[in-house]
Design a protein. Structure first.
Length: 333
């Protein structure tokens, strides 16, 4: 069986967020394709808070190269997928290394200036949207790029889909307590719309503490570190899924929301261009509250069009076929 190393930060393997979900899904798909995906991460990390000056994650990655390389060599690995730009220098040690970005040097993101120098070294990448493929070419001249979506679990989307459980005034938001994700906007929406039941789901337990700095309206329910099963179960009960981030690389919950037939409200930014089903509505800070209320007032409690579009475009089956083609070419090199 071919071995492929998947290099991520320790915190990304330990938290129930997009990176860990992607890692588990890739490992399962790898088994089906005869590829052993070996998880590799440093045993130490600099800080859980990448916005603290002097503790940017990329700096932490640089001091962890010895640990990462020891694990790669010990497993006899010659092909590596790394998910954060701080590990770009792996290409100096391994001929076959490819970036699958969990982030991107966009001015809207924390660490933008820190990421840029690393991206200037990238020569091969996998991204999950055509938008990101275009950005890599436009900003960094990287043209060896495969587009493979992070597929949602068809099993979970089938098992938990039950329109009779939908609560018509329930709004769902999934994100982090980070400025880019705009949790402040969600709290203000809830404050202005006390008739709505607003669920805010955070991927890591660390946000339980950081959210204490906010005045949480009584109609907001905070949830932390839910399993994928719990997320799909909760998502099924919401009528509207709202994303108000400035920029996204993964946007996994959006594709999952489509798969669960949610009416979706999202930003106008072109990084969300692939979320283009019939009942997905783009807005901005000026009209988001109105859009969310219009979606909640829709005579339809769910969208079959959104669900069909997601299954055709983003399912794990699509992801599996993408990696089958990618591994067939890359592992021969």
């Amino acid at each position: 069986m071919n071995k492929v190393g998947l290099v991520m930060r320790k915190i990304q393997f330990t938290e129930r967020q997009g990176p860990r979900v992607f890692a588990d899904r890739l490992q399962a798909i790898g088994r089906e394709l005869g590829v052993d995906i070996v998880f590799i991460s440093p045993e130490r990390h600099v800080s859980g808070y990448d916005w603290v000056p002097g503790y940017e994650h990329e700096k932490g990655d640089l001091v962890n190269y010895d640990i990462v390389l020891d694990q790669i060599y010990a497993n006899g690995i010659e092909h590596v997928i790394y998910t954060v730009s701080g590990f770009t220098y792996l290409k100096m040690f391994l001929k076959h290394s490819v970036l699958f970005p969990h982030s991107f040097p966009d001015p809207a993101l924390t660490g933008y200036d820190m990421m840029k120098p690393f991206y200037q070294m990238v020569d091969k990448a996998i991204v999950q949207t055509e938008f990101l493929k275009g950005e890599l070419a436009r900003n960094f001249g990287v043209t060896d790029v495969d587009v493979i979506p992070i597929g949602f679990s068809e099993d979970l989307a089938e098992r938990h889909f039950d329109p009779s459980q939908i609560v018509n005034n329930r709004i769902l938001w999934i994100g982090r307590d980070e400025e880019n994700r705009r949790p402040d906007l969600v709290l203000e929406y809830a404050r202005q719309n006390p008739d709505k039941e607003v669920y805010m789901v955070f991927g890591g337990e660390r946000y339980r503490e950081s959210m204490k700095k906010y005045d949480i309206p009584l109609n907001v329910r905070l949830q932390f570190a839910l399993s994928q099963d719990d997320i799909f179960k909760l998502m099924n009960t919401a009528k509207v899924y709202w994303n108000c981030s400035k920029f996204d690389t993964f946007a996994m919950p959006l594709t999952e929301a489509l798969a669960m037939g949610k009416i979706v409200v999202k930003p106008e930014h072109p990084c969300y261009g692939h979320i283009s089903a019939r009942h997905s509505f783009s807005g901005n800070e000026k009209n988001w509250f109105e859009l969310v209320n219009m979606a909640a007032a829709s005579p339809s409690s769910y969208s079959w069009d959104n669900r069909s579009y997601a299954f055709e475009s983003f399912s794990s089956r699509i992801m599996k076929e993408g990696y089958r083609e990618f591994f067939d070419k890359w592992l021969r090199e």
